[in-house]
Ligand binder design. Structure first.
Ligand code: MEV
Length: 444
């Protein structure tokens, strides 16, 4: 059954025409009003609006998200106020709390372990595998030589093609082989560079096999299935940690929870996320609350970072926590190891006005420094979540935010907010309970 709403040339319509079409076909509202609604989120400056529209296709409006700041981050002895873009309440506040908590305990230490990116040419070769393997060294030098025009600039910046390996996957899929290519892309995320190199490798592979007298005619029929970077970058990894003597952790729950008890409970909570995939998923989601927020604020690809983080969390055969905690010789140590393929040049980072501002706020870091900041934020976010879970419970903080949001919805005054915070300290917060309470004090 066709509903008659198929359209050709939608992309060619102006913004206003697109909205009018939506109003007529899907919203069934007055097109003038619908245009007004969507247009109310357009940028006042037409040129700026064009910049936003250029990021994607078929744009009809802009979707605003809060741009917040988590101050008080001390990372490798340097101060940062970290920009975070997230729609989830409590995330920025929790992250900022964790940053402040660790500030006086020496802050965070972070290091990039490696920054290798990967890509593959997947191809089918139906000939003699031994022949292909012995031909590979000669092919490899042709492949590297063949992309010199693409790699020259990257090499000047300290990057380029690191290695190419031939993988035989014929036991898993008939005739399937792979060129596994590793790259250093320095300050760019490198997707375009890698994909361009891979597509050239694929052409050269086919040409070289066809030209070589070593292969029989029937062996020359190589099919390239696809050439694409991998978002799984297990060797593009950052490690970040915090540590302090257990007694410096302080007391929790209004002084009733001693530092040793907190440390033990916290470490057990992390251990649970190491052994139970159900908890690990939520635990890592909390880490990604922080990581994604900075990745988005800097115009990086959060889907790539997410996909990679979760594959990395399963690298030992079971999905596990990305963070770990030890207590040894009365020292509490909490650390994260996370793959982060980030760029500070190219992509949206240099185009989106607020991504540029984010970079400026952090002192225009190079990719390695940005990787460290992002890993630290993931660790801080997780510290805050697990601290809440093992002390007051998560709802206390959430409910306070929830209460604030409802109070702001009802335009509560400073005085009303103060009263409501006291009143709801031990009561269940709900929209109707807050409305009734405000009615009560407003009519008293
Ligand atoms: C909520 O967005 C994230 C948490 O559930 C993470 C966690 O449980 O560790 C609080």
């Amino acid at each position: 059954m066709q509903s008659g709403k198929k359209i050709s040339g939608f992309s060619k319509l102006s913004k206003t025409e697109k909205i009018q079409w939506l109003a007529q076909n899907f919203l069934y509202s007055n097109p003038i009003e619908v245009v007004k609604d969507f247009a109310s989120f357009w940028h006042d400056n037409v040129e700026e609006q064009k910049v936003f529209e250029g990021f994607s296709e078929n744009t009809v409006s802009n979707f605003h998200m809060p741009f917040g700041i988590a101050p008080n981050f001390l990372i490798n002895g340097k101060d940062y106020a970290v920009p975070m873009v997230t729609e989830e309440s409590s995330v920025v506040a929790a992250c900022a709390n964790a940053a402040k908590f660790w500030y006086d305990k020496g802050g965070f230490k972070a290091e990039v372990i490696d920054s290798v990116k990967l890509g593959h040419v997947h191809f089918k070769y139906r000939g003699d595998g031994v022949k292909l393997k012995s031909f590979f060294p000669q092919l490899k030098s042709k492949l590297i030589e063949g992309v010199k025009d693409l790699t020259a600039n990257m090499e000047k910046r300290g990057g380029g093609v690191i290695d190419i390996e031939l993988l035989d996957l014929t036991k898993k899929e008939d005739s399937l082989y792979q060129l596994k290519c590793s790259f250093e892309t320095v300050d760019s995320m490198g997707a375009n560079f890698i994909n361009s190199c891979l597509e050239d490798f694929a052409k050269i592979l086919v040409e070289e096999i066809q030209l070589s007298p070593e292969f029989a005619l029937k062996e020359k029929d190589v099919t390239v299935v696809m050439s694409i970077l991998s978002n799984f970058t297990p060797d593009c990894v950052v490690r970040a940690e915090v540590s302090c003597p257990v007694d410096q952790l302080g007391y929790f729950n209004d002084g009733s929870m001693k530092p040793e008890e907190f440390a033990e409970k916290f470490a057990t909570a992390v251990r649970i996320a190491e052994i139970d995939p159900y908890r690990a998923t939520t635990h890592n989601k909390g880490i990604m609350n922080g990581i994604d927020a900075v990745v988005i604020a800097t115009g990086n690809d959060f889907r790539a970072v997410e996909a990679c983080a979760h594959t990395y969390a399963s690298k030992d055969g079971q999905y596990k926590s990305l963070t770990h905690c030890t207590i040894e010789n009365d020292v509490f140590r909490f650390y994260i190891e996370v793959p982060l393929a980030l760029g500070t040049v190219g992509g949206l980072t240099g185009l989106h006005p607020l991504a540029k501002k984010s970079m400026e706020l952090m002192g225009n870091p190079k990719a390695h420094e940005l990787m460290q900041i992002v890993a630290v934020v993931g660790l801080a976010q997780n510290f805050a979540a697990v601290k809440s879970l093992t002390t007051t419970g998560i709802q206390a903080g959430h409910m306070k935010m929830h209460l604030n949001n409802i109070l702001s919805h009802f335009h509560a005054t400073e005085e009303e907010i103060e009263k409501a915070l006291v009143y709801f300290k031990d009561r269940v917060v709900s929209f109707s309970a807050v409305r009734e309470y405000l009615q009560l004090i407003r009519t008293a």
